[in-house]
Each structure stands twice: as structure tokens, then as C-alpha cells.
Design a protein around this ligand. Structure first.
Ligand code: FAD
Length: 294
């Protein structure tokens, strides 16, 4: 098959879906239902996350490898530096290669103390994602993606520092970037333009996650490390006592963001599914209804 950078270059906007490795057999069965549904949409790729502190290493390898073997999907496995020595990281990359996985999202990971806590690298490990990019690229014919933060990474002083981090990762060999969930399209455009202004053409794919329940907002804020855009909070807040209206509004907002991102030339859309995928699929269907591409 073709690589993710090749598909980004040749096919126009990519559509991808992110899953996490489930903890139980029941959760794994639900994940497979989602994967089979997503497979019908013929996305560009799907990705599987790597648990905090490397806690899901074996499950990430197993699930991603199984998707690679048993479906027609192109897979990407996430990988973080947290809690691992360089030789352990090499072993994981070797396990990815053995499982037929060709695409890796190279991340530093959050500090053991949680997002915003001070970062301490493993004593025999790597300090930053750019070093992991170099390592993975040196170990074989992998394509490598990296993370990007339009709402500013909690450890960065400002967005310019985040643009510099992407430049460093691109120069280390990263071929594309994926952002945290975008709730403010203008913030995405600012980061993209800062990177372009530094003379790098690395595609930056916006991450998207439709709000499906009021209680999810707190979790999303924690995941992003920053408050969500106020108009999102206001629109969801206005219907917070009606679960159906919350979900409908969440899908509507996400559809609006996706539409504008594509109009502004975003190289693709990466949906964070939380393994359920039906809300992301509704957004995808809404987009398809208004686009001529499909
Ligand atoms: P880095 O690029 O190393 O950046 C971290 C901070 O250090 C930034 O403030 C940056 O500006 C600064 N910096 C970068 N390079 C240098 C340098 N060389 N010198 C000095 N400062 C530097 N986490 C998981 O645990 N598992 C996952 O599967 C996962 N998937 C993710 C997917 C996406 C799309 C995104 C956006 C994030 C994901 N994360 C995941 C979270 C991510 O690991 C954390 O946000 C982490 O804190 C930052 O990772 P990074 O790769 O951007 O780190």
C-alpha cells in the first residue's frame, strides 16, 4: 500500500479515525464493531493510541497488528517516550515492524504526574518527541507523524514555541502532524501559518472530537490541557439539560468546524472516536452530503 504522506499528497484531504486499546473483552468487541463500521467509510488510515506511561504497550501492538492483518485499513500506532529506555523503545518499534505496522505517531507523552506537571525523562530514555522521530526513522522504512497544539501546549510559553517544536520535529524527519482536538478553527490556522512562515510544508491535520454528552466537556478540557472555545461551551451549555440536544449540537458544531477547516485547505481531518465512532461518522456523513469528493 501507499504511505500516509503519499496519500496526503496525492488524494486530497485525508479522513482518519483514532481508537484506544480496550481493557476488557467486552470493550474489545465494541471496538471491533466500530472498526468494521469505519472500514466501510474507506478512511485514509486509522490510529491506535499508546496509554499514559506506556501502560498499554502490548495491547497497542496487538490491536494495531490485528487491524492491519484482518481489515483493509491502513494503520498507525502511537508511541511515547514516557517511562521507557531507548532500548525498550527500540523493542516496541521492532514489535510494530513485526506486526506489519508502517506508520508511527511519535510522541513524548505526558509527564507521569499528569498534564502540566514537570517533565522528567527516563534516565536512559529520550527527552523530546523530535528525538523519537529521528530514532523511528533510523530503524526502518516507517513514516512518522507528530503532535501539534493549536491551543498551545501547557509547557509552551506561547504558540510560537509550539510552531518551533513542529519545525524541530519536521527537521528530524516527521512527515505530517496531527493536532489535539480543535475547538477554535482560528487557533489552528494561526499555528499552521506560523509553521508555514518558518518555511516548512509539513501537513498539519486537525484533530476533531464531537461533544456527545455534557459530562464529557470536563474530560475534553483535561485532555486538551486548556479551556475549550467559549462559543462551544456556550452552545452546549444552552442545551445541557437535554442529552439528545447536547449530542445533536455537538455533532453540528463539529460539522461546522470540519467544513471550515476543509474550506481553509486543511490537509485532512482526524476524528478522535473514543472507540464509539457513531458521532464521528455522523459528522463524516454530513460532510459527504455537502461535498462532491465522495
Ligand atoms: P514534544 O514535541 O516533545 O513537546 C513537549 C513540550 O516540549 C512542548 O512544550 C514543546 O514546545 C517543547 N519541546 C519540544 N521539543 C523540544 C526540545 N527539543 N527542546 C526543548 N523543548 C522542546 N499521549 C499519550 O500518552 N499517548 C498517545 O497515544 C497520545 N496521542 C496523541 C495524539 C495526538 C494527535 C496529540 C496531539 C497528542 C497525543 N498525546 C498522546 C499527548 C502527548 O503525548 C502530550 O501532549 C505530550 O505532553 C506532548 O507530546 P509531544 O509529542 O508534542 O512532545
Amino acid at each position: 500500500g501507499r504511505s500516509i504522506p503519499q496519500m496526503l499528497e496525492e488524494d486530497g484531504p485525508s479522513f482518519s479515525f483514532e481508537f484506544f486499546p480496550p481493557k476488557s473483552d467486552r470493550a474489545e468487541a465494541l471496538l471491533w464493531e466500530s472498526i468494521r463500521r469505519v472500514e466501510q467509510l474507506r478512511p485514509t488510515f486509522v490510529s491506535v493510541t499508546y496509554g499514559a506511561g506506556g501502560s498499554t504497550r502490548d495491547r497497542t501492538v496487538r490491536i494495531t497488528g490485528r487491524i492491519e492483518r484482518e481489515t483493509t485499513l491502513t494503520t498507525m500506532a502511537h508511541l511515547t517516550c514516557v517511562g521507557s529506555s531507548v532500548s525498550e523503545l527500540r523493542q516496541v518499534v521492532g514489535a510494530y515492524a513485526d506486526a506489519g505496522i508502517r506508520n508511527v505517531l511519535a510522541l513524548r507523552g505526558d509527564p507521569a504526574g499528569g498534564l502540566g506537571a514537570p517533565w522528567t525523562p527516563h534516565r536512559d530514555g529520550l527527552d523530546h518527541a523530535d528525538q523519537l522521530v529521528s530514532m523511528v526513522r533510523s530503524l526502518g522504512s516507517f513514516t512518522v507523524g507528530v503532535a501539534a497544539f493549536p491551543d498551545t501546549h501547557p509547557e509552551s510559553a506561547d504558540l510560537a514555541e509550539d510552531a518551533d517544536a513542529i519545525v524541530r520535529k519536521a527537521d528530524a524527519g516527521a512527515q505530517f502532524a496531527i493536532t489535539q482536538m480543535v475547538t477554535d478553527v482560528d487557533a489552528y490556522l494561526r499555528l499552521r501559518d506560523l509553521v508555514a512562515g518558518r518555511g516548512r510544508s509539513i501537513p498539519i491535520i486537525p484533530g476533531l472530537m464531537p461533544v456527545t454528552a455534557y459530562g464529557q466537556l470536563e474530560r475534553m478540557t483535561k485532555l486538551n490541557g486548556q479551556p475549550l472555545a467559549t462559543d462551544v461551551l456556550d452552545r452546549i451549555g444552552a442545551v445541557k439539560d437535554d442529552p439528545d440536544a447536547v449530542r445533536e449540537t455537538g455533532v453540528q458544531i463539529c460539522t461546522e468546524h470540519a467544513t471550515r477547516l476543509l474550506q481553509e485547505g486543511a490537509p485532512g481531518l482526524h476524528f478522535i472516536t473514543m472507540n464509539r465512532s457513531t458521532a464521528s461518522q455522523e459528522v463524516f456523513d454530513n460532510l459527504r452530503a455537502v461535498s462532491t469528493r465522495h
